[in-house]
Design a protein around this ligand. Structure first.
Ligand code: NCD
Ligand code: ZN
Length: 347
């Protein structure tokens, strides 16, 4: 049987939620990843160091005994964030960066930044203290077509931020367009992007295949095929600016199958296998290790993991659902067959 042995991977963009949902989803991530960057968009956002440390504690308490997993915490930028907080965060080891959500861009983003051009004093502090800035790069202007919002964010805001703060380390989170790929490629190495499995595997047709498909709806929304191809090219190019960030974003069945369903795909159940599928389809499985296990820690200046995991070429069918507190969740690819099976850590 064909198998792949690779350095243990990390997830550089993850939503873990809290309470019973956290308990239900965390084991999936801990099973495959050694570290994860935990997004701060809880219903009450993680805006202070104390919030982040308490949230980190709640995560750590739920790690199964005998498992090693490091949550890397982020703080949620608001109009009220101060340069002093940036300074304090820069001295706190377990806080890895600040997340910029334009207000209203996505789930639990209403307390986000109302105008990304008016917080230059924060970019200045982040740059000076060398704290990474993680960006949900979409404009919220309702005049802009939803499929163009990432491109518009880059031209309206990001290009100027990058120009003005030449040392600021930036991650364009969950890049979804060829414009984002091109932009990141053209920047210096201190600008990177995470890529999700769904944006590498699907284009927007899946959203309407035979009916409306809420479990494939996430933000930024899936784009045209040419964008998917550009993302997959970037992911499999060996360019260290592009690395793994699942954006696994759990919402219960009832939150998804609704007249106004939430944005987010749950991918933690089969994260590595989904990426392996996408890479293998373009004959580039040998590029998976760099993307999943090297370029993320290199960008964040953390050590690469030293242990290893194995994937085996063995078909399995993704379950229709997993338990989620009192409810259940439909994972990405529910009922579909995958060619690769994660067979755990090598001892
Ligand atoms: C995320 C969520 O549900 O928290 N949803 C999503 O569609 N990706 C938020 C986000 O990362 O935009
Ligand atoms: Zn996200």
């Amino acid at each position: 049987m064909q198998s792949i042995s690779m350095t243990s991977p990390d997830d550089w963009h993850l939503h873990l939620r809290d309470g019973a949902i956290l308990s239900a989803v965390l084991p999936h991530t801990v099973n495959q990843f050694r570290r994860a960057v935990v997004m701060p968009n809880l219903p009450r956002p993680v805006t202070s160091i104390a919030d982040a440390l308490c949230y980190r504690e709640r995560i750590i308490q739920r790690i199964q005994p005998g498992r090693e997993f490091q949550p890397l915490m982020t703080l949620y930028l608001t109009d009220a964030t101060t340069p002093e907080l940036v300074k304090e965060a820069s001295k706190t080891d377990c806080i890895i960066g600040f997340k910029l959500y334009p207000a209203g861009a996505t789930t639990n983003s209403s307390s986000g930044v109302s105008d990304p051009d008016r917080i230059y004093y924060l970019y200045e502090a982040l740059e000076k203290l060398d704290v990474p800035l993680l960006i949900h790069a979409e404009v919220t202007d309702p005049q802009i077509d939803i499929f163009d919002r990432e491109k518009a964010f880059i031209s309206r805001h990001l290009a100027e931020i990058v120009r003005n703060f030449p040392k600021l380390r930036i991650v364009l989170e969950h890049a979804t367009t060829e414009d984002a790929v091109q932009f990141v490629e053209d920047c210096s190495p201190r600008v990177a992007a995470t890529l999700t499995p769904q944006h590498l595997l699907y284009n927007r047709n899946i959203l309407f295949s035979g009916g409306i498909r809420p479990h494939h709806y996430c933000l930024p929304v899936l784009k045209r095929e040419r964008h998917r191809k550009a993302l997959l090219r970037a992911a499999t190019s060996g360019n260290p600016k592009f690395f793994l960030g699942t954006d696994s974003a759990p919402h219960s069945i009832s939150q998804k199958e609704s007249a106004c369903g939430c944005a987010g795909c749950f991918t933690a159940h089969a994260a590595l296998e989904l990426y392996a599928e996408a890479f293998e389809r373009v004959g580039a499985i040998e590029y998976l290790e760099g993307f999943a296990s090297f370029y993320g820690p290199d960008f964040y200046r953390l050590p690469r993991n030293t242990d290893r995991v194995t994937l085996q070429q063995k078909n399995w069918t993704i379950p229709e659902s997993y338990p989620l507190g009192n409810e259940s969740i439909v994972p990405l690819g529910a009922g579909q067959q995958l060619r690769w099976t994660f067979s755990g850590r090598e001892s």
